[in-house]
Design a binder for this molecule. Structure first.
Ligand code: URP
Ligand code: ZN
Ligand code: ZN
Ligand code: ZN
Length: 466
């Protein structure tokens, strides 16, 4: 036959168009898009389904050390399995540099963990914890040239927070090498001060996590990060934006012509700080940074998506178990919110939440959905030949039933956490199959892909989002 597989009678959606077409696949790539294509070894009927580029999640944490006694709930196998069930074909986890560690040594560890373990393709962002002279002068430029073209740096967290001087040094290297820097924008000293004061007042429940890092903490750091990027004249990504004030800082910079990308996440659309209230430690299930805010902040994040201030919608999947001292319940004696590991699982529920709440409720178009969940991630981070339904592109495809209703529940998910912060949310629209380079990974609710079929992919220079 002319083709290996043809997906027939579906409705294809890209970041720009929606149209009825058959999609033919040869040797893992999209080889033809047309009418009435039948000459294929396998014919997949997609009547009534959307044919979408597989989701690309450019912000996930997998197997990352998270403090003494704390263990992440997902390894590369379980995280990428959950990703595939959620309609994703690519994830970009982090490679965390420990202080004093050469970057290549860190990468070797993460590659070893990912090798032969993944159900979807992957690449790594480098977290720069120690921007020493040799890291900035030699290691980083060599790695960017090798396809590790994106970094994350932090303005908060002990052991990770960089000074403004250090941030400028990293941004300078990014400018010289063409790398793209993600910035976690929260003011470290402000959080430390507020945390100490809350603890002295006996306010140690998970709920006070939100009070230890209010909106001003994020808005100030966002403004400062943008200012530092402006000084160096280099693009950056402000990740996980939670509220209007930070969103407006990004909008203002964009209006002034600065290349500031904005990212938001499901937790800022559907959770609030009230979720961190709850009996005993229950609130810990929602502890992440920045924290979920309020209804008005949710509206602001929707506005950021609708108006293009945000171009990226990622999960910030950072899974811990709840009922576990290596997770949210924290090692014995550590009773304050200070010790609750930050982060929540979400790699499997990102697409259904945005589809149902966004496309289903008329807040964004189907084409915006595709852009926010796949196309823009590929363009922003220099991932070639993925993120769209186009001839020559990898056949990374999610078959999506726009009418399938489901209630999010832990029992139906495939991650390593023992809970989902999105429990009970009613969803319309769910992926029914996920195909990686022309081969089904998930089909009819069953895992059919082989562990290890997900590959490491080198990325090129980050580009602009059209
Ligand atoms: O709370 C969060 N978001 N944990 C993950 C690490 C990060 O800062 O993205
Ligand atoms: Zn690898
Ligand atoms: Zn972060
Ligand atoms: Zn994160």
């Amino acid at each position: 036959a002319a083709f290996d597989t043809v997906i027939r009678n579906g409705t294809v959606a890209t970041a720009s168009d929606t149209f009825k077409a058959d999609v033919a696949i040869r040797q893992g790539r999209i080889a033809a898009i047309g009418e009435a294509i039948t000459d294929a070894d396998e014919i997949v009927d997609a009547s009534g389904l959307l044919v979408l580029p597989g989701g690309i999640d450019s912000h996930v944490h997998i197997s990352q050390p998270s403090g003494p006694g704390i263990v992440m709930a997902d390894d590369f196998e379980s995280a990428t399995r959950a990703a595939a069930f959620g309609g994703n074909t690519f994830v970009m986890p982090y490679c965390l540099q420990e202080k004093g560690q050469p970057l290549r040594a860190a990468l070797k560890d993460y590659h070893a963990l990912a090798e032969q373990a993944c159900y979807v393709d992957h690449s790594f962002h480098l977290i720069i914890a120690d921007p020493s002279d040799s890291v900035l002068g030699q290691e980083l430029p060599a790695l960017v040239a090798d396809g590790y073209s994106s970094l994350k740096i932090f303005m908060t967290y002990q052991d990770l927070a960089l000074s403004d001087y250090e941030i400028l040094g990293v941004l300078q290297v990014a400018r010289e090498t063409g790398a793209l820097v993600q910035i976690h924008a929260e003011n470290y000293d402000a959080i430390r001060f507020l945390t100490d004061r809350l603890e002295r007042a006996g306010k140690i429940a998970p709920y006070y996590h939100g009070k230890s890092r209010p909106i001003a903490v994020e808005r100030e750091a966002t403004h400062r990060a943008i200012s530092l990027a402006e000084l160096i004249d280099v693009p950056i990504v402000i990740v996980h934006v939670s509220n209007r004030e930070a969103m407006e800082e990004i909008r203002r910079a964009q209006t002034r012509g600065l290349k500031i990308h904005g990212e938001t996440c499901p937790q800022y659309l559907v959770l609030t700080e009230e979720d961190m209230q709850g009996l005993n430690m229950e609130g810990a299930k929602y502890v992440c940074s920045p924290p979920p805010r309020d209804k008005a902040s949710q509206e602001a994040c929707w506005e950021g998506l609708q108006q293009g201030v945000f171009s990226l919608f990622s999960s910030d999947h950072c899974p811990f178990r709840y009922d576990d001292e290596a997770g949210k319940l924290t090692p014995k004696g550590r009773t304050s919110f200070r010790w609750v590991p930050n982060g929540i699982p979400g790699v499997e529920t990102r697409l259904p939440i945005l589809f149902s709440e966004g496309v289903g409720k008329g807040r964004i178009s189907l084409n915006q959905f595709v852009a926010f969940t796949a196309t823009n991630h590929a363009k922003t981070y220099g991932l070639k030949g993925k993120g769209s339904i186009a001839i020559g592109y990898d056949a990374d495809i999610a078959l999506w039933d726009p009418n399938k209703t489901a209630k999010i529940s832990q029992s139906g998910l495939h991650h390593g956490s023992d809970y989902t912060p999105y429990e009970g949310i009613e969803i319309t629209g769910w992926p029914v199959a996920t195909m990686l380079r022309g081969k089904f990974v998930v089909r009819d609710g069953q895992l059919v892909g082989a562990k290890g079929s997900g590959r490491y992919v080198t990325r090129g220079k980050p580009g602009a989002v059209a």
